[in-house]
Design a protein around this ligand. Sequence first.
Ligand code: NDP
Ligand code: OXD
Length: 309
Amino acid sequence: MVVLFLSAVDSAADWQAELGRLLPDLELRVWPDLGDPTEIEAALVWRPPPGLLDRLPNLKLILSLGAGVDHILADPSLPPGVPVVRLVDPYMTAAMSEYVQLQVLRLHRQDPAYLEQQRARRWRTLPQPNAAERRVGVLGLGVLGSDAALKLKVLGFDVAGWSRSERKLPGIATFCGADGLEALLRRSEILVCLLPLTPATAGILDARLFGLLPRGAALVNCARGGHLVEADLLAALDGGRLSAAVLDVFRDEPLPPEHPFWAHPRILVTPHVAAATHPPSAAAAVADNLRRLREGRPLLNRVDVSVRY
Ligand code: NDP
Ligand code: OXD
């Protein structure tokens, strides 16, 4: 089977090695070396250029190199009917939960305020509640959001989550749909975004949403930059509506050097590293779906293109 590999950020050599071990008869053809496009049956991609996948007449499967698929579905000429599968890898899930726990603990223990005090050589203790008294809200209770919510619960936080359909998680208050959002927001002193980027969630982190959070709440966005209305965040931080933001993802990546987020005293910027794709573990999930394709068995983690995640 010939599989096209395309990514500006993932290592083709690493994927070649890992997939070669699991599927010795697979040929990984690395973009831009397309060879004979009629031979390509599957494409393993991160941010494919629009129109490229439509040039592969025998394409039977599109595999995302990430958990999100917005980078694939953004292509208006995506070949209709070709299934898209996303990446689900326990290693990646664990990495995301580490990031969320780290950032929520930092915000809970007032790290940003103490850093500001240190810069001003100011010795002052701040009131410090226990985790059980800190209410954390998680937007998105899928593979990543539910794991993060459960691990925050283990740390002792008072956790709630929001999803499109009804979800039940032990020890976690759950809300769903448009009607459930306001209740979730009103109780979230720290809000974590782990939603997929879809037409229904684009720009969700805006002034209206910030206005429903308790005054002084903090935001962690490790989903997509397109969820955030950047000007609204700056206004909310500068006006005191929000106290801090941790941002791993941006509308424009890499974040341009002149962007105001870099130097903002209440924003922590990380370069899209919350949960990087890890070929030694992720290759098993990719190989599994390629075998399923070959054997005509049902694919795993198939995207519902009608809801775009
Ligand atoms: P899943 O598809 O497993 O989960 C998505 C969750 O969001 C589900 O709970 C879903 O609800 C909910 N959701 C979707 N649309 C809506 C809506 N309109 N209203 C309310 N809830 C909604 O995704 P993952 O957990 O695997 O990944 C989430 C995102 O994390 C990815 O799409 C990607 O953008 C981002 N990501 C970021 C990384 C980084 O390094 N920064 C790394 C990996 C992923 P329901 O349960 O009802 O379906
Ligand atoms: C992903 C990502 O979607 O890395 O996996 O953002």
